[in-house]
Design a protein around this ligand. Sequence first.
Ligand code: AHR
Length: 503
Amino acid sequence: MAEIKRASVRLDSAYRIGEIDKRLFGSFIEHLGRAVYEGIYQPGHPSADSDGFRTDVIDLVKTLQVPIIRYPGGNFVSGYNWEDGVGPVEQRPRRTDLAWRSLEPNTIGTNEFARWAQKVGAEVNMAVNLGTRGIDAARNLVEYCNHPSGTYYSDLRRSHGVEQPHGFRTWCLGNEMDGPWQTGQKTAYEYGRLAAEAAKVMRWTDPTIELVAAGSSSTRMPTYPQWEATVLEETYDHVDYISIHAYYTNYENDVRNFLAKSLEMDEYIRTVASTADFVRAKKRSKKQMNISFDEWNVWFHSVEQDKSVKPWTFAPHLLEDIYTLEDALLVGALLITLMRHADRVKIAALAQLVNVIAPIMTEADGSAWVQPTYYPFLHASTYGRGTALMAVVDAPRYDTSEFTDVPMLESIGVLSEAEDYLTVFAVNRDPDTPLSVAIDVRSFPGFAFEEHILITGDDEKATNGPNAQNVKPEKGPKQTVDDGYLTVQLPSLSWNVIRLAKR
Ligand code: AHR
């Protein structure tokens, strides 16, 4: 029997990090692999609705309550002509997508995606192409989507059967322009100038929109973090957010090191926030530049097999990572990290949502099913709305090949919007040591134990599949608050959602 170690989490109703923007629980659908075709859209599938959208997928997305979904890319957007995806479907061109070496029929475009987003109750976070295109295509797209009527592009939209403007609020200025894999890669200065001019005219077209400048693709880019400094020098007055992306891997098969990678995300956010503050100081600006972490996830399982995927095919099986229990635990720790930075990270996107490095998978001739990573996202999106509270964590620590002083316990508290529920999210990232955690809730008089939901298991490599839910939430034992402390047992390798309700 493994030795149980003690840890504590102190929460105080006065120690508030900030309101959690609901857009922190956003996600992403790209024209990539089977995300769109055979993912959200599959006419002829038994669950397809009259628009060809799979209702089994719609139901799972609705359960996740994803408030905002980034579209149409990703790398795809940097070679995309938005005009290809509007108007009569039979006249739309079939194109080569250079980003993923696939065929794009353009059956789904802006209006169809907006319709799907409406069905799942999400806003669209629209990306414009700043790879092969420029300010003209960007401002025309804003006019097409958001202008009511009486102009060329708004009337074109109406002639396509969409009378009311979409009113998309959040817009990404290109994607990962720092990467050599990007169609139309740019230097930070080239991108910064283009993004500033595009932002300016897009906002002239619709002053209500919010704009996201593209930051680094990862902390491993040679240009990081000078990229952020240069881009913000050029764009600071024209944009509202700087974006960052990160994907985490476990090629070394080292669970302790892997589960510590949320510390890398933490440092990434702090560095980009500081870089933005440096530019702010130089500009004597009163504006705080917030962060859109608009691609984050675990991504490595499918990388090798994707090398043998046949190019120039339609809806190929690409980036179809099959996730494990340990991946779900890292996703949980990353969600905690994002919530901990609620004062600075206002938008985020779990990349992606369906079939492509996704929590939701589909079988072409079967049902949709959920991966282990679906659950921590579901819990955070459901119970993580409200005010993020500072959690003072005292836990045993360990060192790994890449990190020192890693606490076994990752945790945060969230007070619900009505201040009637307190949720403590916690990951015990140690593979051998169960933790007995005393949660100090003395400053929440009247709050009583409601439930303990947990995800754990003996096999950290356990996966789910179309016919197997090996990794799924279970209920922990009932507990009581004694003298202001709630003590809960967190098994080794576990994701925990501990909820208290005001009585
Ligand atoms: O999400 C998959 C890809 O990862 C995106 O297209 C790109 O932006 C990133 O490199």
